[in-house]
Design a binder for this molecule. Sequence first.
Ligand code: SF4
Length: 124
Amino acid sequence: MSDDDKLTHYLCIGCPLGCRLEVEETDDDIIVRGFTCKRGKLYGRQEHIDPRRMVTTTVAVTGGRWPRLPVKTRDPVPKALVREVCAVLRDVRIDAPVEMGDVITRNVLDTGIDIIAARDLPAA
Ligand code: SF4
């Protein structure tokens, strides 16, 4: 195995600078290079061992001023579950009024992460 085989490359999405990260996995460590700030170093490590994403979408609302409510995950969920989280939320319908931060779905897909309202939605 060549040294290049041990390297994985990622684009940091922490800010618009888009630093190109290089991650090397050794027998006892994960080494991140190419970051400009600490956030990028943490992102490279996280992306390599357990990639996660925030999910933002909308859910249906009954009796609200608007028919749909923007929602988001409280914390990033495993990247592999993003589609499944969206599928779960497609079937969710809640009653207005809603306040920003209200829990819409608790512990989505047993991730330990809640889906919360991203804004207030008053009754019609
Ligand atoms: S490493 Fe820091 S400066 Fe570079 S893209 Fe990531 S967050 Fe931005």
